[in-house]
Design a binder for this molecule. Structure first.
Ligand SMILES: *Cc1c(COP(=O)(O)O)cnc(C)c1O
Length: 238
């Protein structure tokens, strides 16, 4: 039996990745932005360590994972491979309270912080020999009851809390907008800029993570600095 992953050989994978990079460059040109101002996060959840290694060899740096057990196995495997030494790992899944230690010990970034108690645990559990953990606050920009993320009105307090934690480096915001919300990107950009202006000492506030396979061009037009792209690179997930 041939599963979806086997049917995608490394040649297809590399072509998809190059195609996504070209689309990003074009989207930047359309909005008069520099290509290097937007980072590609390759979302590799459910995909193999071999596929990650293939792209890392070609120069892809940032990879995003949602499922902790699976992610840790891949991180441990790839640690042994010299061509993956520079890989930067982002946790983009939902965070359960009892999983913060695994995140703090294995990842470089976490994009889905939405509560002070989670931030505190990540700060307390970040190993002393590692650099501070880069943090994005996930915002529930549509005020949807079912969605994760903090509400926009809760942001000031959460920012103040995270700023006080020495083992965390607050970098910006992340959203997963509702499909029906056509101006979520623009509202999030305003929020991101307003926070930057009202906190002039917020060093490192430089990352707005929005846009996925289906809407990355639109997100780049609205100021995204990091697009999280899975299926357009790795193919559909089973
Ligand atoms: C899976 C996932 C993505 C990638 O989605 P695609 O549509 O496959 O590009 C991006 N962000 C988050 C938070 C995800 O969970």
């Amino acid at each position: 039996m041939k599963d979806i992953e086997n049917s995608m050989n490394s040649q297809n994978l590399i072509e998809n990745w190059q195609q996504v990079s070209r689309q990003m460059t074009q989207a930047c040109e359309h909005s008069n932005r520099q290509a290097e101002d937007v980072t590609l996060l390759a979302v590799s959840k459910t995909k193999s360590a071999d596929m990650i290694a293939t792209l890392a060899q070609r120069g892809q740096v940032h990879f995003g994972e949602n499922y902790l057990q699976e992610a840790i196995e891949k991180i441990e495997t790839l640690k042994e491979q010299p061509e993956c030494a520079g890989v930067v790992w982002h946790y983009i899944g939902s965070i359960q309270r009892n999983k913060t230690r695994d995140i703090a010990e294995h990842f470089d970034w976490v994009q889905t912080v939405e509560r002070g108690i989670i931030a505190k645990r990540l700060n307390d559990q970040r190993p002393a020999e590692m650099p501070p953990l880069n943090v994005l606050i996930q915002v529930n920009i549509d005020n949807e009851a079912s969605k994760s993320g903090c509400l926009p009105e809760q942001l000031p307090e959460l920012i103040t809390t995270i700023k006080g934690y020495e083992r965390l480096q607050l970098r910006g915001l992340m959203i997963i907008p509702a499909k029906t919300d056509t101006n979520a990107f623009a509202r999030t950009q305003q929020l991101f800029d307003a926070i930057k202006q009202s906190h002039p000492k917020l060093n490192g506030w430089d990352t707005l993570s929005m846009g996925m396979s289906g809407d990355m061009e639109e997100a780049i037009a609205k100021g995204s600095t990091m697009v999280r792209v899975g299926s357009a690179i790795f193919g559909e997930r089973n």
